[in-house]
Design a protein around this ligand. Structure first.
Ligand SMILES: [Zn+2]
Length: 188
């Protein structure tokens, strides 16, 4: 009930291989995922949050894959009514610092087909480890798919805000190191 969003849900500007994100909880944070085509998104989500009623969505119920904590859902289920935005890659340092954390990064994106392959590989093999807000979140997953190494600027930005500058940067760096340690050696 309340289900069928019959309007075409994918905005024209989203292309397969794009890292997209949207607000959650009224803008408290952003949720990130990789658009892989056919109105489907692969994302990493926390355990507690995946308990939304699966069978209610007509669009992705059949194609829906729940594999550990990486899931493939339709874009409507991903967006939950929020406006999608594109996460930008290859921005300048100035732009990166001027924009809100967790909306862009300086690294370059891999080509779309590689991004989709990585996301699909991680989905099928459930190779990204358990969700952790600080060390292994939805942004880490999406940035990893796009670039081959993970980062969460949303978290680093929060750390930066708390530490106001250098201290925050250190905190961000510490989080990044914690992430690498928690992952150990990984393959792509
Ligand atoms: Zn759905």
């Amino acid at each position: 009930m309340g289900q069928p969003q019959s309007k075409p849900s994918k905005p024209w500007f989203i292309q397969p291989g794009d890292h997209i994100y949207c607000q959650r909880k009224g803008g408290l944070y952003y949720h990130h995922g990789i658009y892989v085509g056919d109105d489907m998104v692969i994302h990493l989500q926390g355990k507690a949050k995946k308990l939304e009623p699966l069978p209610e969505c007509r669009k992705c119920k059949d194609k829906r894959v729940q594999n550990g904590e990486i899931a493939k859902v339709c874009i409507d289920c991903f967006l939950r009514g929020e406006r999608p935005r594109i996460y930008d890659y290859g921005v300048s340092l100035l732009e990166f610092l001027a924009r809100k954390g967790g909306t862009c990064c300086q690294r370059d994106s891999k080509p779309p087909h590689e991004v989709i392959s990585i996301a699909t590989y991680l989905l099928e093999r459930n190779r990204f480890g358990p969700y952790g807000m600080l060390t292994n979140n939805c942004e880490h997953f999406a940035v990893f798919c796009k670039t081959g190494s993970a980062a969460s600027y949303q978290i680093e930005c929060i750390a930066r805000g708390i530490g106001a500058g250098p201290v925050g940067r250190l905190a961000g760096a510490a989080i990044a190191v914690a992430w690498r340690v928690s992952k150990g050696v990984r393959k792509t």
